[in-house]
Design a protein around this ligand. Structure first.
Ligand code: A2P
Length: 347
C-alpha cells in the first residue's frame, strides 16, 4: 500500500524552510494544486520566527523550527539544508509525521526511499524511518525521460553534462548572479564610452564569477576528482532507476541562468533503440514533453521536463544522445516533493 491517507481526508501539513526559495514554491504549489491541507504550519530559522506570510487567504506566523512542537502534523516538507534535515527530520518523524525531505541528508540511506513521483512511487510502500527523500534537482530532470527508455532497452551507461541555473543554490545564488550581472552591465556601458579594459567581478559562492561565465566546478570535490553534485547524479540515478552499479560520468556546470537546469545526455543501452521508438515512448511518458529546442525559458514555471534533440549516438553499439531541461525549483525540488505528498494522500 503506497497511500497512507485516505483521499477524502484533509492532512495537517508543515513546511520547514518555508521562507526559502523552494519552501516558498512549496507553499505556492500546495495552494495551486489544491493539496488536501487541513492546517498548514510554517517553520524557518529563529531569524524569521514571528514574521507572517499569507497563504490561501490566511496569515500564518512562521515558527522557529528548532524549538517547535511538531505533534499533530501528518506530512512535513523540509527544504532548509542538509544539516537542518539531519538534525530535525527524525524528531519530526518521531512526533508522527511523514517527512518529505528535499536535502541530500537522507538520499543515500538504504532505509529512506528516494522517489520521483512518476518513476518509482512503489518505493513509498516501505518507510522504516518515516522519511522520504526528494532527489537532487539535476538528477530529477533526467529520471522521467530515462525511465521509459530503460524499460524498453536496458540502460547500460550514462554520460551527462549539465547546464545548471543559479537558483539551484537558493536565494543566495540568485542574489549573486543578479549583483554580478548588474556590475558587468554597468561596466560594459562605461567601457563603451571610455575605452579599454576587461571587467571581472569578484567570485562569490562559486570558484569563479558566474556572470558572463560558466563554472565547471560546482561546489565541493569528492571521489576521483568528481564534484559532490556529479556523484549525486551517479548515486541517485542508480537508486531511483534501480540499476545498482550503473556507470555514470557527469560534468556539472553552473551557467548564468536564473532558473532551468539543462542536461546533455549520452545514454548507452543493452539493446537497440532507434530515435523514432524513443520519441514514441517519450511522447507518452508521464511528466515529459517532447520539444524541438528544449530550453531553460521554456521550462521555467512549467511542471513537466522537456526533452528534444534526440539523435543516435553512434560512438557505442546502442546509444542515444538527447537534451533535457527542467524547472529546478518545480519538478527539480518543490513540485516533486508535493507530488510525493499527493501519492501518500492517494491522489
Ligand atoms: P530563514 O529565512 O529564517 O533563514 P534558501 O535555500 O532559499 O536560502 O532557503 C533556506 C531556508 O531554510 C529558509 O527558509 C531558511 O530560513 C531555512 N533555514 C536555514 N537555516 C535553518 C535552520 N537552522 N533551521 C531552520 N530553518 C533554516
Amino acid at each position: 500500500m503506497v497511500a497512507r491517507f485516505s483521499p477524502d481526508v484533509r492532512v495537517n501539513v508543515g513546511v520547514v524552510g518555508a521562507t526559502g526559495l523552494v519552501g516558498s514554491m512549496m507553499r505556492q504549489l500546495l495552494a495551486e494544486r489544491n493539496f488536501p491541507v487541513g492546517t498548514l504550519r510554517l517553520f524557518a530559522s529563529a531569524r524569521s520566527a514571528g514574521s507572517q506570510v499569507e497563504w490561501n487567504g490566511q496569515q500564518i506566523t512562521i515558527e522557529d523550527a528548532s524549538t517547535a512542537d511538531y505533534a499533530g502534523l501528518d506530512i512535513v516538507f523540509f527544504s532548509a539544508g542538509g544539516s537542518t534535515s539531519k538534525a530535525l527530520a527524525p524528531k519530526v518523524a518521531a512526533a508522527g509525521a511523514i517527512v518529505i525531505d528535499n536535502s541530500s541528508a537522507w538520499r543515500s540511506d538504504p532505509e529512506v526511499p528516494l522517489v520521483v513521483s512518476e518513476v518509482n512511487p512503489h518505493a513509498l510502500a516501505n518507510l522504516p524511518k518515516g522519511i522520504v527523500a526528494n532527489p537532487n534537482c539535476t538528477t530529477m530532470a533526467a529520471m522521467p525521460v530515462l525511465k521509459p527508455l530503460h524499460e524498453a532497452a536496458g540502460l547500460k551507461r550514462l554520460i551527462v553534462a549539465t547546464y545548471q541555473a543559479v537558483s539551484g543554490g537558493g536565494m543566495e545564488g540568485i542574489d549573486v548572479l543578479a549583483r554580478q550581472q548588474e556590475a558587468v552591465t554597468d561596466r560594459a556601458r562605461e567601457l563603451a564610452f571610455h575605452g579599454d579594459g576587461e571587467f571581472v567581478p569578484a567570485p562569490e559562492k562559486w570558484a569563479v564569477p558566474i556572470a558572463n561565465n560558466i563554472v565547471p566546478l560546482n561546489y565541493v570535490l569528492g571521489e576521483d576528482g568528481y564534484t559532490e553534485e556529479e556523484l549525486k547524479l551517479r548515486d541517485e540515478s542508480r537508486k531511483i532507476l534501480e540499476i545498482p552499479g550503473l556507470p555514470v560520468s557527469g560534468t556539472c556546470v553552473r551557467v548564468p541562468v536564473f532558473t532551468g537546469h539543462g542536461l546533455s545526455i549520452n545514454a548507452e543501452f543493452e539493446r537497440d533503440i532507434d530515435v523514432q521508438t524513443a520519441l514514441g515512448l517519450l511522447v507518452r511518458a508521464p511528466g515529459v514533453v517532447v520539444s524541438d529546442v528544449p530550453n531553460a525559458l521554456e521550462a521555467t514555471g512549467a511542471d513537466p521536463v522537456f526533452v528534444g534533440r534526440v539523435r543516435p549516438d553512434r560512438t557505442v553499439d546502442h546509444g542515444l544522445a538527447l537534451f533535457v531541461v527542467g524547472d529546478n525549483l518545480r519538478k527539480g525540488a518543490a513540485l516533486n516533493a508535493i507530488q510525493i505528498g499527493e501519492v501518500l494522500c492517494g491522489r
